[in-house]
Ligand binder design. Sequence first.
Ligand code: AMP
Length: 301
Amino acid sequence: MSPRVVRTVAGARRLRREAREAGRRVAFVPTMGALHEGHLALVRRARALGDEVWVSIFVNPTQFGPGEDYDRYPRDLEGDTRLLEREGVATVFAPAEREMYPEPPAVTVGFGGLEDVLCGASRPGHFAGVGLVVLKLFHIVEPDVAVFGQKDAQQAVLIRRLVADLDLPVRIEVAPTVREGDGLAMSSRNRYLGPEERAAAPALYRALQAGRRAVASGETGPAAVEAAMRAVLAAEPRLGVEYAACVDPRSLQPPAGIAGPVLLAVAARLGGARLIDNVLASPDGVHPETLSDLDRAGGFR
Ligand code: AMP
């Protein structure tokens, strides 16, 4: 059955009320569309966690900076809806920009500095925009559970804080990063890559693996782990490295010494694309796949 596609906030609220009255738990996957297997894996995870799955498709202008790819970001609502039909998705919420932002929002969402490191350092305002749109979507959809990808680790960290700090009644689940066969994390932005750039792109994942090896072999200095990752990235001259970081998965700051799981994260420009990737790494060599796995293993003290 085709998903119901709703374009208005009022329409979404109506359907949500019906689901609640029927006692159905809603599992929600927010996206910007141009869906790929990574998104579909989140949808499958959502199906296991709720009675019906809702997906939002909204290229959120407030999380794009000037000169970023808002205008050329790929949009294909019809193709996306076909993919979601195969996954048994109940509802697609695909609002127009003026439905979400009838006027420029005055309220901003801050994260006490968590939004200024890693990707936030080169994308000022990005996470304020993410926080705002996710908060709005949560108020519209009122999901019981929402699924995010480990691929955007900093985003997942911030959303978890948003939910915890504001007591939002939604469970956040972080699902593993889905990769191409050569390790490249799937991304809607990979389609910006030309063939030679595409061939260079797996260096990000190779760098993360080098970082994991360093952590698992007993390296306790975050700077040395970062150097191991940078050495791999430097071998690929097409990459404009933005950061290669070894940080605490909660504070996003470098730990004084690596004594437990750390987040290894890289970002680089490659041709017309900006690529990001990350893994968790543990000194005992048993690397959690996601922030949720880390929780379940009691990794957040
Ligand atoms: P986006 O459409 O890029 O805003 O992403 C929507 C959701 O899909 C976010 O929670 C992302 O973290 C997640 N996501 C994107 N790419 C992947 C991937 N390769 N594997 C797992 N999740 C992903």
